[in-house]
Write a protein that binds this ligand. Structure first.
Ligand SMILES: Cc1cc2nc3c(=O)[nH]c(=O)nc-3n(C[C@H](O)[C@H](O)[C@H](O)COP(=O)(O)OP(=O)(O)OC[C@H]3O[C@@H](n4cnc5c(N)ncnc54)[C@H](O)[C@@H]3O)c2cc1C
Length: 388
């Protein structure tokens, strides 16, 4: 009774979508999620689908496949996940070199359009014209993240999938071969286990003696209940500082810091961004800090003040709205914008985690990865460079 073809750990975006894609292929799947209530990186997210963001043949193809999946997802999942197409505005600070930014962003699959201050203000009236020297505009998709994972989970269950709200405490393996999972309540048997536990993926891998290039940051944001104010676009600053820091921090010389987790702040990036969901509520963000202790405590008062001060410059009317501060941990990986692969060291163990821009990449890659796991071949997964 407690035997499955595959066990997936983590009911966020990555685990929910992958479980559904496996169940579609008639695989008997158990999805294990530690939290009874939804409170993870996915539910803290803006839900932006950056299908413009491919930078090579592989990621361009995934962007194309990704947005096409979303355009048909309402029909496929029989649920309204509030998918829509809306503009993404990257605000340019007056101190930034506009020409250089435009040149830098030419590497993407879809090139941005530069909007001067008047054009930016016309598209997004909430912007403070004195705080910008223009914007880069990209076409972007958008969903309600919580509705999206719930819709995937609902269809997964309809296809025969099982979800248990239990904490995975141990991945059982014998002679480097997967046997199953131990949770705080049960033991489950399976020859295949997939780690999709977001920021906690690193810890689960380490418990098996595996040090793979997957890391996490601590993100902080403010959720604002429904308001009369209307934000028309997804607003973010025009900077790659967070992604640059993630790369830098995973460089060879820094790897040792992850071996001794502590509360030191190795990097701190504040990106003043905002999205309004269709129910009128907002998410204002975000601070991303690299602190190696996953359980570190963040000073919520200082964090909320910093986010509000940054938002006050760019979108002043949003900065004063009452809201609730949240923090979460977000996985990221080195070299690739995702890890979707079997782990060679332990037969039956796979990793599907560490995504940058997961909302665009997870749906197509979950489809490819499910195909790969079932058929033992897939044109996309086979192109991915090896993990080490
Ligand atoms: C403010 C903010 C805005 C963002 N905006 C965007 C955006 O616009 N577009 C975009 O693409 N991305 C965005 N992101 C990033 C994106 O939200 C995350 O990268 C993504 O949702 C991560 O999904 P996940 O499945 O890897 O992790 P999670 O959503 O964190 O899910 C992992 C799950 O695993 C469970 N778990 C962990 N350990 C165990 C265990 N031992 N046993 C059982 N369960 C376990 C956790 O409880 C959790 O539910 C944003 C992030 C933030 C913070």
């Amino acid at each position: 009774m407690n035997s499955y073809d595959v066990i997936v750990i983590g009911g966020g975006l990555t685990g929910s979508v992958l479980s559904y894609e496996l169940a579609k292929k008639k695989v008997k799947v158990l999805l294990l999620e530690k939290d009874a209530s939804l409170n993870n990186a996915t539910t803290s997210s803006y839900g932006g689908i950056s299908y413009w963001g491919g930078t090579d043949k592989l990621t361009n193809q995934l962007c194309e496949e990704g947005i096409n999946i979303y355009r048909n997802l309402r029909e496929e999942l029989s649920e309204n996940i509030e998918f829509r197409e809306l503009d993404l505005l990257f605000t340019i600070d007056p101190s930034q070199d506009v020409e250089k930014l435009i040149a830098d962003y030419q590497k993407f699959y879809i090139k941005p359009e530069f909007l001067n201050i008047d054009e930016s203000k016309q598209l997004e009236p909430l912007l403070n014209p004195n705080a910008i020297s223009g914007c880069l505009k990209f076409p972007q998709g958008h969903v309600n993240p919580e509705k999206m994972i719930l819709a995937y989970q609902k269809q997964f269950i309809k296809l025969g999938g099982k979800i248990e709200k239990e904490l995975v405490t141990f991945i059982k393996n014998k002679h480097n071969k997967i046997e199953g999972i131990q949770t705080n309540k049960n033991i489950y048997f399976s020859p295949q286990v997939i780690i999709s536990a977001g920021a906690f993926s690193k810890q689960l891998l380490e418990n098996l003696g595996l040090n793979l290039p997957i890391y996490f940051s601590h993100a902080q944001l403010i959720k604002i209940p429904s308001s009369e104010i209307k934000l028309r676009t997804l607003v973010m600053p025009c900077t790659s500082k967070r992604l640059d820091t993630e790369k830098e921090i995973t460089g060879e010389e820094r790897i040792s810091m992850w071996k001794n987790p502590n509360n030191e702040i190795h990097s701190d990036v504040l990106e003043a961004g905002a999205i309004q969901f269709l129910d009128g509520s907002f998410c204002l963000g975000q601070i991303s800090q690299i602190i190696t202790n996953i359980d570190t405590s963040i000073n919520s008062k200082v964090s909320e003040r910093r986010i509000r001060e940054a938002i006050a410059k760019v979108l002043p009317s949003l900065s004063v709205l009452q809201g609730t501060w949240y923090n979460c941990q977000v996985a990221f990986s080195q070299e690739m914008p995702f890890q979707a692969r079997k782990i060679e060291e332990i037969e039956g163990l796979s990793l599907f985690s560490g995504f940058t821009s997961p909302f665009v990449f997870v749906p197509p890659l979950a489809r490819h990865f499910a195909h790969y796991l079932v058929e033992n071949k897939d044109s996309i997964i086979e192109q991915l460079p090896s993990l080490r």
